[in-house]
Design a binder for this molecule. Structure first.
Ligand code: SF4
Length: 300
């Protein structure tokens, strides 16, 4: 039996979702800390033909039945496909899987901004939430890491997305300011978060991978040349704490990825003190104990 084309990555929260590949790879592909799609064999961006995606929906229905209640559209930026294609895909998906309660996708902030006049229509057609890599709110760091966005764009795009009725899930990348610009990273990230007020704030830690002659993320060369000084593990936990402490609106925090040193989660403001206590308790532990945690997480 024909199988739907598989995705490369999806958010952890979409582990049980029906996964549907609308585009292949990332249409930006330049962020210095990433390289994930190239690494997994998809260096180029492609919009899949609409009929192929519609046929995947039918194939998924034949294979799995209609029990799915959530669905996720990939790869990195499915809203970069023509809006009429995305609409047709959403309509067919909702009609074929009538039990769906939530449909989400990854999206670039710039794509949300560029397609802002269609977002409300996509919402009506059944798209509920977009997962956007905020990474940082600092203009200087966004530029250095070649993220292709700016604080102004992030704020405009975030408001447009939420204004269209879509839920917004932001990903903050701890460590992106390195050891010397972490305060700027925290301060400017809070400017964006506290302006846009996304429904979800999720945390990941910068992972710089590379080896002489082997596969490397583009940031590896900056580290080797001294242009980027990685944040310390302890500094990363302090960053994390400062952002949790500085968020001034109700939202859901999620930091369950194994590469963050201290996993916390819950709703702000109700669970803020519990999360801060957990982070403070970790920071107060003996150095040897923390070193074990840092060592284990660094290998992920
Ligand atoms: S971080 Fe996102 S936008 Fe940047 S290259 Fe990776 S997938 Fe593309």
């Amino acid at each position: 039996m024909r199988e739907p084309e598989p995705l490369i990555i999806r958010p952890p929260t979409e582990a049980g979702s029906l996964l549907l590949r609308v585009t292949r790879g990332c249409n930006w592909n330049r962020c210095k800390f990433c390289g994930i799609y190239s690494h997994f064999g998809q260096p180029n961006f492609e919009v899949r033909p609409r009929d192929e995606v519609l046929a995947d929906i039918d194939a998924a229905r034949a294979l799995y039945g209609d029990h799915h209640t959530t669905a996720f559209l990939g790869d990195a930026d499915p809203l970069a496909a023509p809006p009429e294609d995305v609409l047709a895909i959403l309509h067919h998906l909702r009609a074929t899987f009538p039990r769906l309660q939530r449909v989400t996708c990854y999206a670039r902030a710039s794509t949300c901004w560029r397609t802002r006049e269609y977002l409300a229509t996509l919402r009506e057609a059944g798209l509920d939430r977009v997962h956007v890599g905020l990474e940082t709110g600092s203009d200087a760091l966004l530029k250095f890491h070649q993220k292709g966005s700016s604080q102004r764009l992030l704020i405009q795009s975030g408001h447009a997305t939420r204004g269209a009725g879509l839920e917004l899930s932001y990903y903050v990348l701890l460590g992106l300011g390195g050891a010397d610009r972490w305060e700027e990273h925290v301060r400017e990230t809070l400017v964006v978060l506290n302006s846009v007020k996304p429904e979800f704030v999720r945390f990941r830690r910068l992972w710089i991978y590379g080896e002489e002659g082997g596969p490397s993320c583009p940031l590896w060369a900056d580290v080797q040349a001294g242009r980027f000084v990685p944040q310390t593990p302890e500094g990363t936990v302090h960053e994390f704490r400062a952002i949790i402490a500085g968020i001034s609106f109700p939202t859901e925090i999620e930091a369950i990825h194994p590469n963050v040193y201290v996993r916390v989660g819950g709703r702000l403001p109700e669970s803020r003190q519990r999360m801060l206590d957990k982070l403070d308790g970790f920071l107060a532990r003996p150095e040897a104990e923390k070193a074990l945690v840092y060592g284990r997480a660094s290998a992920i």
